[in-house]
Design a protein around this ligand. Sequence first.
Ligand SMILES: CC(C)(COP(=O)(O)OP(=O)(O)OC[C@H]1O[C@@H](n2cnc3c(N)ncnc32)[C@H](O)[C@@H]1OP(=O)(O)O)[C@@H](O)C(=O)NCCC(=O)NCCS
Length: 156
Amino acid sequence: MIRPAATADIEFISALQNRPDYLSMIAADHPDQLRSYRTDPSKHLLIFQIDDTPAGFLLLSIGGSQGVVELRRCALVKPGHGLGTLMLSELKHHVFRTLEAHRLWFDVAADNTRARRAYEKAGFVCEGALRHHWKRRSGDYADLALYGMLRDEYDA
Ligand SMILES: CC(C)(COP(=O)(O)OP(=O)(O)OC[C@H]1O[C@@H](n2cnc3c(N)ncnc32)[C@H](O)[C@@H]1OP(=O)(O)O)[C@@H](O)C(=O)NCCC(=O)NCCS
């Protein structure tokens, strides 16, 4: 299930963002920034949990009255075991049913093949690319692939 992150979850999220094997895949927020998201109405900081145990997190940026939601970050404790498919299914339900959004989109490092495979399996459409758009923590510039899904596509 997906639930709003509590203050007690900040350490878990921060540790996940700063995992050495995720350095080239996701950006990291300062813990103070993570705490501020909890009270920011334009952000949804969420925990994906299985049997009461946090298994991952998601950060959404809510586009006000436009109904356009951006997935800003997501990561699992145990990648590559099919949990992403479950987490993305719950994410889509949250965005299109609970928030009744019109569109969900995000970018991903073009060389993050595992994540791209999980997104494509979940039905997201690759909508384009941005060359050298993200300066990774390692200092190199990554190409980004853009993905999106419309509510009509979710409903179909
Ligand atoms: C992105 C993420 C949430 C996806 O969840 P996941 O549980 O790993 O995804 P799944 O296991 O459901 O699906 C992964 C797919 O990629 C495949 N895959 C695994 N490793 C791969 C690799 N190195 N190259 C290509 N495909 C790969 C898997 O076989 C699976 O496809 P299949 O079901 O057709 O066999 C997770 O990998 C993660 O937390 N990654 C680290 C952080 C990250 O990259 N976040 C995304 C930033 S945009």
